[in-house]
Design a protein around this ligand. Structure first.
Ligand code: TYM
Length: 345
């Protein structure tokens, strides 16, 4: 297809988070905080609680329900406005699963087998992993392309999945001779696109790390946050005079990145502020900043959780609005691939 024939897609943002455990600081800085910023950028924003993705590993049903509502509460507490953004849980819009199936028939097994997250999560026991876990990236492509989303804010660890989304869109467009799905761009920017574990600077901070000390949970109280930063692994050197001095110091680099992201300043500015200071000075300053940013979110989240019916109502409204965008795109996709639609609505 020539450049001139390319469709221009209206800019639209989509992203999602799995409702598993509490949000950790990496999710907040790498995702939620940036979702809120994009909400104010003049582009339509759609944010999803990807409950169907969570199911790819075993979830106790009662826990899944609670985690879904808690994630909705966290989104809102962190500044997402359910009026300005569309906020909903994935399973309430059936198009995700339907388009996911169509993409299962477009994506190739080889592509799925190469996904780093699949290899990490399934590990050596891949035979026992759910089929859903292998197909996960194709459902993720459906999440994004069901809305013709052009921009997807994510942390660094999701880059490969967004690239696969582009591969699926390109193969679909090519196989059916259309220019129907956009080439979505991952948006991975800011100082904290890969927040690392506080215990090991070579591993990313994760909700599923068995060590609670490795992460800051958005629900941690002030004392716990201060203690976790105090115990965070670092080297013995003071902070350097320039950013170049953080090279080969992954733990120090991580804490400086976290500070920069929380304070909304550059890494250079943090280094300039703390040059020559030891961690005895830097860590308490970081803990104070983190508490100042996180504590209000945690208390607002608790307040919202007191009224789960209101959360469900907001999610239901969001799902209606999401479905209104998704339905015509799904209907056209079905038509393109040759599925007969004759049922009266
Ligand atoms: P999930 O639920 O693992 O993580 C949610 C978001 O948080 C980011 N993130 C991090 N960012 C920086 N540092 C970290 N340590 C860190 N840990 C997590 C993730 O990059 C992500 O942006 N597959 C996705 C969910 C998903 C999705 C989508 C995302 C499903 N469909 C469509 C975007 C568009 C996931 O498991 O994210």
């Amino acid at each position: 297809m020539t450049e001139a024939a390319r469709t221009t897609f209206t800019p639209r943002v989509f992203s999602g988070i799995q409702p598993t455990n509490h949000l950790q600081l990496g999710n907040y800085l790498g995702a939620v905080k940036r979702f809120v910023e994009m909400q104010n950028s003049g582009i339509e924003t759609i944010y999803c609680i990807v409950d169907l993705h969570a199911m790819t590993t075993w979830q106790d049903p009662a826990d899944l329900r609670t985690a879904t509502r808690e994630l909705a509460a966290s989104y809102i507490a962190a500044g997402l406005d359910p009026k300005r953004s569309i906020l909903f849980n994935q399973s309430q819009v059936p198009g995700h699963a339907e388009l996911g199936w169509i993409f299962n028939c477009v994506a190739r097994m080889g592509w799925m087998n190469r996904m780093t997250q699949w290899k990490d999560k399934a590990g050596k026991d891949a035979e026992k992993a759910s089929l859903g876990l292998l197909a996960y990236p194709s459902l993720m492509a459906a999440d994004i392309l069901l809305y013709h989303a052009t921009r997807v804010p994510v942390g660094e660890d999701q880059k490969q999945h967004v690239e696969l989304t582009r591969d699926i869109a390109a193969k679909f467009n090519h196989d059916y001779g259309v220019d129907f799905f956009p080439m979505t761009e991952p948006v991975i920017d800011g100082a904290a696109t890969r927040v690392m574990s506080l215990r090991d600077g070579s591993r990313k901070m994760s909700k599923s790390d068995p060590s609670d000390a490795s992460r800051i949970n958005l629900t941690d109280d002030a004392d716990t946050i201060a203690q976790k930063f105090r115990k965070a692994r670092t080297d013995a050197e003071p902070l350097p005079e320039s950013v170049g001095g953080l090279k080969d110091r992954p733990e120090a680099r991580n804490l400086v990145n976290i500070y920069a992201a929380l304070a909304d300043v550059t890494v250079e500015a943090v280094v300039a502020q703390f040059a020559g200071k030891g961690f005895g000075t830097f860590k308490p300053a970081l803990a104070d900043l983190a508490v100042a940013r996180i504590a209000p979110i945690a208390s607002e989240m608790q307040r919202l959780m007191a009224d789960p019916a209101e959360i469900d109502r907001l999610l239901g409204d969001g799902a209606e609005r999401a479905n209104a965008i998704a339905a015509p795109i799904l209907a056209r996709t079905k038509e393109i691939v040759g599925l007969v639609a004759s049922r009266r609505r």
